[in-house]
Design a protein around this ligand. Structure first.
Ligand SMILES: [Zn+2]
Ligand SMILES: [Zn+2]
Length: 333
């Protein structure tokens, strides 16, 4: 019988138990999972007071093989190796959908949030968003690309990073360690800000030109280095955003990715005088997703993963919440 990591009710503890998946319906495929990464959004969802669906199977970094498809499904067929992302489907009718920004559709569905996710031995996914995964990639290393890699690449694209520029990566977890490698692959430089010494050590090993704690970030990035061209804020800490902004050069770009309900204050004068752009970035484009798989397949970018059995998922989610995971924790089935 299939097993999955469930959130049975809002704010309930995550538990692993057996379940019976339904037959795939229209627009759906049944997928037998090989691996699924654990993302900070899973942590965030476990903290929500209301859920659009419960019980809910968490997880949106899944790699697996299609075993059956619903009526009229032609996009994938049994035997295809696919990736399951947070973005599941969109309405296809609104301005966002027509303009190629399906991820901003107000009527989108999301794996592991509004519909069941991929932290399961078997699941059923929306085919609209399934991405084909190269056979050569290990499932554990491919899994984090479905959210962490994709979102990191989307943020780099939004930041319009050019070769030779210097980019601050604020928060060096699943997204940050991939972003650093993508930035280097673009011919740009990365400086890393994080509270954790082991994570800064990891950043040094991957070739960061500077690493710093948040307290010293402004001194290191602005005073010592003359400012950065762009700052990608992956952490959910709102308190660091003003520091990231004031570490920018003139005409610098701050791209916000980490989700938090906390707020922060910025100086309009600083933004105006320095011509600063602040932008939000959510997931990425289809091209971004294809590119992260290509870079992995070519061996240019490698996710740092630790693999675990499914019954450790609840504990891994709490470790991630406490910032105790370096790279990405992935469930291997
Ligand atoms: Zn995610
Ligand atoms: Zn739409």
């Amino acid at each position: 019988m299939p097993f999955a990591a469930f959130l049975d009710a809002p704010l309930a503890p995550v538990t692993v138990h057996a379940y019976t998946p339904p037959e795939p319906g229209p627009g759906e495929a049944a997928v037998r999972l090989e691996a699924c990464g654990i993302c900070h959004s899973d942590v965030m969802i476990t903290g929500l007071e209301k859920l659009p669906l419960s019980p809910l199977i968490l997880g949106h970094e899944g790699i697996g093989v299609v075993t059956a498809v619903g009526p009229d499904v032609t996009e994938v067929q049994p035997g295809d190796r696919v990736g399951i992302t947070y973005f599941a489907s969109s309405c296809g009718k609104c301005d966002a959908c027509h303009n190629g920004y399906q991820r901003f559709c107000a009527r989108q569905t999301n794996h592991g949030y509004t519909r069941h996710g991929a932290l399961a031995t078997e699941t059923f996914a929306a085919v609209q968003s399934l991405v084909k995964v190269p056979a050569a990639l290990s499932a554990a290393e491919a899994a984090p690309l479905c959210c962490a890699g994709w979102t990191a690449m989307g943020a780099i694209r939004e930041a319009r990073v050019q070769p030779g520029e210097t980019v601050a990566i604020v928060g060096f977890g699943g997204l940050g360690h991939l972003a650093l490698q993508y930035i280097k692959a673009l011919g740009a430089n990365a400086a890393v800000v994080d509270v954790s010494e082991p994570k800064l050590e990891h950043a040094r090993d991957l070739g960061a030109i500077a690493v710093t704690t948040p307290e010293n970030a402004r001194k290191v990035l602005l005073k010592n280095m003359g400012g950065v061209d762009a700052a990608l804020v992956f952490t959910a800490s709102a308190a660091i955003v003003p520091t990231a902004i004031s570490s920018l050069k003139r005409r610098g770009r701050a791209v916000l990715v980490g989700l938090t309900t906390d707020t922060y204050a910025v100086s309009p004068t600083e933004l105006v005088i320095k011509g600063i752009t602040i932008q939000g970035s959510y997931l990425g484009s289809k091209e971004d997703l294809a590119q992260v798989f290509t870079l992995a397949e070519q061996g240019i970018v490698k996710a740092k993963v630790s693999t675990h059995p499914l019954d450790q998922a609840p504990d891994l989610i709490s470790q991630l919440k406490q910032g105790r995971i370096t790279g990405r924790a992935v469930i291997a089935f």
